[in-house]
Design a protein around this ligand. Structure first.
Ligand code: SF4
Length: 408
């Protein structure tokens, strides 16, 4: 396909595809899907080899958020039966982080529900970052605490944070349909604050909320312009008890096309599969490793993921390798700044970034809600790809905020 040859050439040169080319990737047929994966896989291997970076979520504070993000199980008025607890103590968070690091993660994502941190919250998180770094010198720490006020990003950086996550989530034109208590511009502002403070910006999206292909391309092009170092791609987990509970719009094939499009638009950026991996990609997860170079290990914020051991087996079986603590995630031209995978460099678009996710479920990307998919879901009858699969959504009942061991 001329389209795919063009996109590979552009990806290897870090050249931006046209909107029409990005839309064409989303419009490919199932017959063309393996060719799409192979093409985007060439770009992925050029910049990241066969390495897979593992990230580990620690939900510092769960539920009871005053914001109304529709996708989030922690939102105002959510009826989702998630764990609800206030701030973990630094030693509790450090213990949870240690489990993920022992399982192979090199980045810990500290997430808290809420509109944004108070200065007292920044103190708490700073103490937590220090506690984690005292025990694990090489760990990368990313904070995801919502909208930042002036000076807070700098304080987190001084405390040892390497990165900050705040997701754009969806296109600017549809943002108001997803959330009314803050704006798309608020989110962009926080990503820029993080970037300006010298934190590696992490910002991504949530697919499957009823958006159009144009919306998806819009948000990915906006991310390219903001130039985060990592882009988490969440696939909506339609949590019972949230307004989007009936939005089962994704198929594994659709998820692969979306990941391929993100890879072509942001070729040299850490593309991370976040929430919804197990629920929506299901048995196609290994193919997605040819597109993304980063995943979350174990559980999500409010939902359970497949067993950490199964993640590691999948990576090995698919012919990939877990990225070691001593390896730099980003290509050299981007990695000049910071902790391995961040700051610095040029990057895919321009820069100053958009911010991380929130705390949604999908990984630390945003701060919405829920975690994602179920954990090691029990075998279920074969289902057509776009059939609702609430049986795959398991509310997190272990790890942080419980007496049970974390999944890592
Ligand atoms: S995404 Fe974050 S800000 Fe929005 S409702 Fe969930 S926890 Fe609150």
């Amino acid at each position: 396909m001329d389209l795919l040859n063009t996109l590979v050439d552009k990806g290897l040169r870090r050249e931006t595809p046209t909107r029409a080319e990005a839309l064409a990737v989303l419009a490919t047929t199932d017959d063309e899907l393996l060719d799409v994966v192979a093409a985007a896989g060439k770009v992925r291997r050029h910049w990241f080899g066969r390495r897979v970076k593992l990230n580990y979520l620690v939900n510092l504070k769960s539920g009871l958020c005053p914001e109304d993000c529709s996708y989030c199980s922690q939102r105002l008025g959510s009826k989702a039966d998630i764990l609800k607890y206030t701030w973990l103590k630094p030693d509790e968070a450090s213990q949870a982080a240690a489990a993920g690091l022992a399982g192979g993660a090199k980045r810990v994502c500290l997430v808290a529900s809420g509109r944004g941190p108070t200065d007292r919250d920044v103190d708490r998180v700073s103490d937590t970052i220090k506690a984690i770094k005292e025990q694990n010198e090489d760990v990368e720490v990313c904070a995801c605490l919502g909208l930042l006020s002036d000076g807070q990003a700098e304080r987190l950086r001084e405390a040892g944070a390497d990165a900050y996550n705040h997701n754009l989530n969806t296109s600017e034109s549809t943002y108001g349909e997803i959330t009314t208590t803050h704006t798309y511009a608020d989110r962009v502002d926080t990503v820029r604050k993080a970037h300006a403070a010298g934190l590696s910006a992490c910002s991504g999206l949530i697919a499957g909320m009823g958006e159009t292909d144009e919306d998806l391309v819009d948000v990915v092009f906006s991310l390219r312009e903001l130039d985060p170092d990592s882009v988490p791609v969440n696939f909506l987990i339609p949590f019972e008890g949230t307004p989007l509970a009936k939005e089962w719009n994704l198929t594994p094939q659709r998820c692969l096309r979306i990941l391929a499009m993100v890879r072509f638009v942001c070729p040299d950026v850490e593309v991370r599969i976040a929430g919804g991996r197990e629920v929506h990609l299901r048995t196609m997860q290994p193919l997605a490793l040819h597109l993304a170079n980063s995943i979350f290990l174990g559980d999500y914020l409010t939902s359970e993921g497949q067993a950490g051991k199964a993640d590691l087996e999948m990576i090995a079986d698919a012919g990939f390798e877990v990225e070691g603590a001593g390896e730099v995630t980003l290509p050299e031209h981007r990695a000049s700044g910071g902790c391995g995978s961040h700051a610095g460099g040029g990057a895919c678009g321009s820069h100053d970034g958009a911010g991380c996710g929130s705390h949604e479920d999908a990984g630390c990307g945003s701060h919405e809600g829920g975690g994602v998919c179920g954990s090691a879901p029990a075998p279920a009858p074969a289902a057509s790809a776009d059939e609702p699969r609430p049986d795959l959504v398991a509310v997190r009942r272990r790890g942080a905020g419980t007496d049970l061991a974390p999944n890592a």
